[in-house]
Design a protein around this ligand. Structure first.
Ligand code: AMP
Length: 323
């Protein structure tokens, strides 16, 4: 099934100990859509200015991402700049220029309104809600957010969560959002607001997923030899997870677990280079290789190995995205 992705389309300027980029392709919708396109067909809703380079649009089109819902307006594209010091798990935002996002009203084109799966990427929660309201009958709705919105629009985010099935935050954001340091207690709070699944992204420490029925599971991150730029890892993770779930016949603990593995694999590749550069050259054989390596992380007798579901044949050759 097709996946609708909404979020920011951005020009990012990022500095890490390993280099820097200026006005690079970025944004939560871009990272999530690009990643999801390895698993399913993607419809994108967002806004960009006339300054948004046409070669960036070409990269999205090359992955068959439908851009009917991307408004190109007179004005400046959303831009963000951030810096990572030696602790690559922590990003310092240097500037966030909402630009066209200030007046953006998302419009879901009629041909997307039947989409059953949606990823409401990191963006103003009021805009996320507007997208939700335009969907006819969503089966699985995921949302992501970040400190910028938690600090400014917590009430609106809490309201959005009533309609969300799967919510994602990183560990720092989880603690800020819930005012609770203990992640299990924080998850209990988040799940009481509406979501059935809450996924806490912990960067190089992996992921913990909490389910409404009280169960939870965790997955370590792949220990990388090269990390150039962690920007977008969370969005890439969320896009792959939802892209994978959109093509699964059933939503259950196994499919969520497997989606989390694919999310972690895609995110691990993304951080190897700046912007989307590593994903641009990603091949099926790379995905298969890391899947096998992922299985080894926990060792033969570990519960990870034991729980790891068989590689879904349809995902073994994930590109181009099927209909
Ligand atoms: P992540 O590293 O997963 O948190 O995502 C970073 C991406 O989010 C960058 O490409 C930014 O352009 C985008 N971003 C940063 N701040 C915001 C914001 N306040 N609203 C929407 N997108 C943002």
């Amino acid at each position: 099934m097709r996946l609708l992705v909404v979020g920011s389309v951005a020009l990012d300027s990022v500095r890490t100990p390993f280099g820097e980029v200026k006005n690079a392709l970025g944004g939560s919708a871009v990272y999530a859509a690009y990643s999801a396109s390895f698993f399913t067909s993607v419809d994108l809703v967002g806004v960009a200015g006339e300054d948004f380079p046409s070669e960036y649009l070409k990269l999205l089109k090359e992955r068959s991402i439908d851009l009917t819902g991307l408004q190109i307006k007179k004005g400046k594209t959303f831009s963000w700049s951030g810096e990572y010091a030696s602790n690559l798990n922590q990003c310092q935002t240097l500037s966030t220029c909402l630009n066209l996002f200030k007046s953006f009203r998302p419009e879901v084109p009629p041909k997307y309104s039947d989409d059953k799966f949606a990823f409401l990427g990191n963006i103003d929660p009021e805009l996320q809600l507007m997208v939700y309201r335009q969907l006819k009958n969503p089966h699985l709705l995921a949302a992501d957010s970040m400190n910028f919105w938690i600090e400014r629009k917590k009430k609106q985010l809490v309201n959005l969560l009533k309609y969300i099935d799967l919510f994602l935050l990183n560990d720092g954001e989880t603690r800020d959002f819930s005012n609770e340091y203990n992640l299990r207690k924080a998850a209990k709070y988040v799940l009481s607001l509406g979501p059935k699944i809450f996924v806490v992204k912990k960067g190089e420490h992996g992921v913990i997923a909490f389910l409404k029925n009280g169960s939870f599971f965790s997955l370590p991150a792949y220990p990388l030899k090269i990390i150039a730029d962690p920007t977008g890892a969370g969005d890439v993770f969320g896009g792959a997870l939802m892209g994978y779930l959109a093509r699964c016949p059933k939503l259950n603990k196994t499919s969520i677990y497997q989606g989390i593995i694919w999310g972690s694999i895609m995110a691990s590749y993304n951080v190897e280079a700046f912007s989307l550069n590593r994903l641009l050259t990603l091949k099926d054989k790379d995905l298969k290789k890391r899947y096998q390596e992922f299985k080894k992380i926990g060792g033969r007798s570990s519960s990870v190995e034991h729980q790891l579901p068989k590689l879904d044949r349809r995902v073994q050759f994930p590109s181009p995205a099927p209909n």
